[in-house]
Design a binder for this molecule. Structure first.
Ligand code: FES
Ligand code: FE2
Length: 435
C-alpha cells in the first residue's frame, strides 16, 4: 500500500534523519493512519483499577472511535465498540459508572455487560421471522490483553500477542507499572482521567515521550521556579540516563539509580518522604540489582506514553485530525499508600502534568506553534531534522534494546525508531508483512 504522496518510507528517511512535514499536517495521510495504524496496532484502553466490580465501565477510545471497557457479571473484562447495532447510537454516554445493561437511548435495544443483545422493542410482533439476537451483539475487539493491570486491545485478529508486540520493551513497560516497592499490581488510578484538546498532530506527543531529550531546555523556567516535590522545589537527581529504542517503534528512557541511594525528593511532605524511603528499602530487598532501574518516560507505539516513576502517570494521545489531538492523563498511586501521600502526589502530579500542569504547558506551547508553522505551502517543502546521534549506541549489558548512554544523551534515536515503524505500518498490507 502506498500513501497519497507515494510510499510512507519515502516521507520518512530515518537512515538520514529527515522526515517530511506532510506526515504531521496532511489530511489524506491522517485518514490512512486511522486505518493502517489505529485499526491494527495494540492500543491502551484503560486500567483494571477503573473497573474493579462487575458492571463497572469506563468509556475509552481507540483511534477516533468510542469504546466501552467493562467487566461482566462473571468478572471478565471486555472492550466493545460503543455503537448500537441497530442504527449506530452510542449505547453508553457516560464517562464511567456501573450498570447491569447498556440500554440504547434511540430505540431501546439493550445489551448485557458481556455484549449480548437481550432486549429488542416489540421483538415478537415485529420480526417475522425472528432474527437471531445472538448475531447482533456489540462489536467486540479482536484481541484483548491485561498487562500488569493495563488493558490493551486491537481490532486485528492477526496481530501478534501483546508481549510479542512489545518485544524487548516488555522489560521497560513492566518496570514502569510496578508499585514503588517493586511489587506487581498494587497501583490504582487517582481520581479519574484529565481530558483536553491540543491543536497539533498526535505524533508530536508520541515522539516527545519516546525520548526527545533536547527539548528539556524549554522547561528551564519551570525548573528554576521549582515545582518539584522536594522542600527546595527540586526533583531528585535520578542518576545516569540510558535511551533505548525498539524495532516495534517503542522508545523508553531509563535511569539507573545507585542501590544505596536515599530518596529525599518528597521532602516537602515528611510523611510522603518516609513512605518512599520505606518502599525503596523494600524494593531493594525484592529486586536487588534491578531495584535502581527506573523507566522514567516512554512511548509504546503508537500513542500511549508514560512517566514511569516521578511522577507516575500515563498519557494517551487520541487522534482527532491531522492537527488536533485529545490528551488523556491517568495518574497512579500505590493502593496502600497513606491518604497524605496520595494527596501530596495529587497536587504534585497536576502541578506538573495535565492541562494546567506547568511542565506540560511548556510542551503544549511548543507543539502548538511548531504545528501551525509547519502547515503552509512553503513550510511543507522542507523536512524536519532528526539527525542527532545518528549511528550512535548499541547493545547495553543492563538495558535491552538499542541503547545510547551518556556519550550522546541528546540522541534522537527513539523518535527515529518510532517513525521507522510508523512508515512500516503505513505501507504494509497486513500483519504478516509487519512481522
Ligand atoms: S440505534 Fe440503538 S436501538 Fe436504534
Ligand atoms: Fe517536556
Amino acid at each position: 500500500m502506498s500513501t497519497p504522496l507515494g510510499s510512507a518510507k519515502s516521507l520518512v528517511d530515518t537512515d538520514n534523519g529527515e522526515i517530511s512535514r506532510e506526515i504531521f499536517v496532511n489530511h489524506d495521510l491522517y485518514k490512512q493512519e486511522l486505518e493502517q495504524i489505529f485499526g491494527r496496532a495494540w492500543l491502551f484502553v484503560g486500567h483494571e483499577s477503573q473497573i474493579p466490580k462487575s458492571g463497572d465501565f469506563f468509556s475509552s477510545k481507540m483511534g477516533e472511535e468510542s469504546v466501552i471497557l467493562t467487566r461482566d457479571r462473571a468478572g471478565k473484562i471486555h472492550v466493545f465498540l460503543n455503537s448500537c447495532r441497530h442504527r449506530g447510537m452510542k449505547v453508553c454516554r457516560y464517562d464511567e459508572g456501573n450498570t447491569t445493561n447498556f440500554i440504547c437511548p434511540y430505540h431501546a435495544w439493550s445489551y448485557t455487560t458481556d455484549g449480548r443483545l437481550v432486549g429488542v422493542q416489540d421483538y415478537d410482533n415485529l420480526y417475522r421471522p425472528p432474527f437471531d439476537k445472538g448475531e447482533w451483539g456489540l462489536v467486540e475487539v479482536a484481541q484483548l490483553a491485561n498487562f500488569h493491570g493495563t488493558i490493551w486491545a486491537t481490532w486485528d485478529k492477526n496481530a501478534p500477542s501483546f508481549e510479542d508486540y512489545l518485544g524487548e520493551a516488555t522489560f521497560g513497560l513492566a518496570g514502569a507499572l510496578r508499585a514503588w516497592d517493586g511489587s506487581d499490581g498494587e497501583t490504582e488510578l487517582l481520581g479519574s482521567v484529565q481530558k483536553w484538546i491540543v491543536p497539533n498532530n498526535w505524533k508530536f506527543i508520541a515522539e516527545n515521550f519516546a525520548g526527545d531529550n533536547l527539548h528539556v531546555v524549554s522547561h528551564r523556567s519551570v525548573e528554576m521556579v521549582g515545582i518539584g516535590p522536594g522542600s527546595n522545589g527540586r526533583r531528585d537527581d535520578y542518576g545516569e540516563a540510558k535511551r533505548a529504542a525498539y524495532p516495534g517503534g517503542h522508545g523508553i528512557v531509563y535511569s539507573l539509580v545507585p542501590p544505596k541511594k536515599t530518596f529525599v525528593q518528597y521532602s516537602a511532605s515528611p510523611v510522603t518522604s518516609d513512605y518512599f524511603q520505606e518502599r525503596w528499602e523494600k524494593r531493594l530487598e525484592k529486586l536487588g540489582d534491578q531495584a535502581g532501574i527506573f523507566p522514567l518516560i516512554g512511548t509504546i507505539f503508537p500513542n500511549m506514553s508514560f512517566h514511569g516513576q516521578q511522577p507516575r502517570t500515563l498519557l494517551l494521545a487520541h487522534p482527532r485530525g491531522p492537527q488536533e489531538t485529545e490528551m488523556w492523563r491517568f495518574y497512579f498511586v500505590d493502593k496502600g499508600a497513606p491518604a497524605e501521600v496520595k494527596e501530596f502526589l495529587r497536587r504534585y502530579y497536576i502541578r506538573y502534568s495535565g492541562p494546567a500542569g506547568m511542565t506540560e504547558q511548556d510542551d503544549m506551547e511548543n507543539w502548538n506553534y511548531a504545528s501551525s508553522a509547519s502547515d503552509g505551502l512553503i513550510a511543507r517543502r522542507h523536512p524536519y531534522h532528526y539527525k542527532a546521534g545518528l549511528g550512535r549506541g548499541g547493545k547495553d549489558p543492563v538495558i535491552p534494546g538499542h541503547v545510547t548512554t551518556k556519550e550522546a544523551p541528546g540522541t534522537e534515536q527513539n523518535p527515529r525508531a518510532l517513525y521507522k515503524r510508523w512508515a512500516e505500518f503505513m505501507d504494509a498490507p497486513s500483519w504478516d508483512a509487519l512481522r
